[in-house]
Design a protein around this ligand. Structure first.
Ligand SMILES: Nc1ncnc2c1ncn2[C@@H]1O[C@H](COP(=O)(O)OP(=O)(O)OP(=O)(O)O)[C@@H](O)[C@H]1O
Ligand SMILES: [Mg+2]
Length: 244
């Protein structure tokens, strides 16, 4: 069952063509890892998925209906697609609890007490029951990112998009965030994760998308990808291993 589909997407910024004929579809329960070099177009593709930016041409379908530049349509789509950012994007003057609750109030129209009750539940799911009244500046990067995940979860989205959720973190904090993402993937939540964590791509994702210069080169199983003899893939993996 298709949750989201991109059809023949093209996108340029000025003279730079960033996406070239990208077609891709996410089905319910999929855990997709997107990998590729810096500048390949991964973030741009993710942003087009929830229409944070519109494509130049091509179509986006959410549950088989076409997404258009209409306020009401976009509001619905965005309330059902969670986004977890590389740099957390928490609101500095709100506690962890209210960072999670505010979307429920603003987007879903819940009253604050009800929103906070649900937010507390979601913070428990990311192992942060003991940090609810802390402000972002009082939390570690790993904790802030888990608040970001709780915020996405609270909206009960049909799909969560993660853009390199651990790459801004100190290596010692990657594990706690990955543990949470792994748990979510096991619970059946549909997700697309742009990542440099090869262990995630290898062991947790059921699909692996490899991008190069604005195109999807591979959309396959992790097993097939890591066994591939394709020169481009071997180069990417070798460079990657050297960099680690
Ligand atoms: N708003 C923008 N204006 C101009 N150019 C942009 C913009 N956003 C992205 N680009 C360019 O588009 C290309 C693809 O960028 P994108 O952020 O999608 O790559 P990426 O694969 O996510 O890379 P990274 O791994 O470094 O995050 C890059 O060359 C980038 O400079
Ligand atoms: Mg990126």
């Amino acid at each position: 069952m298709s949750v989201l589909e991109l059809k023949n997407i093209y996108k340029s910024f000025g003279d730079t063509q960033v996406l070239r004929d990208v077609s891709f579809s996410v089905n319910k329960g999929d855990v997709v890892a997107i990998i590729g070099k810096s500048g390949a177009g991964k973030t741009t593709m993710l942003r087009i998925m929830n229409y944070l930016i519109p494509p130049d041409s091509g179509e986006v379908y959410f549950h088989n209906s076409k997404v258009i530049l209409d306020r009401k349509v976009l509001r619905t789509v965005r309330s059902k697609i969670g986004f977890v950012f590389q740099r957390f994007n928490l609101i500095r003057h709100l506690t962890a609890l209210d960072n999670v609750a505010i979307g429920l109030v603003k987007v879903k129209g819940l009253k604050w007490p009800q929103a906070r009750e649900l937010a507390l539940k979601k913070l428990k799911e990311v192992d942060l029951a003991n940090r609810v009244n802390h402000y972002p500046s009082q939390l570690s990067g790993g904790q802030q990112q888990r608040v970001g995940i709780a915020r996405a979860l609270a909206m009960e989205p049909d799909l969560i998009l993660f853009d390199e959720p651990t790459s801004a973190l100190d290596p010692s904090l990657v594990g706690e965030v990955m543990t949470v993402i792994k748990r979510l993937s096991a619970s059946g939540i549909t997700m697309v994760v742009v990542t440099h964590e090869m262990s995630f791509a290898k062991n947790i994702a059921n699909r692996l998308v490899y991008m190069e210069e604005g195109q999807i080169i591979y959309d396959t199983t992790p097993e097939q990808f890591f066994l591939s003899n394709d020169k481009r893939v071997r180069h990417f993996l070798n460079d990657f291993l050297e960099a680690v």
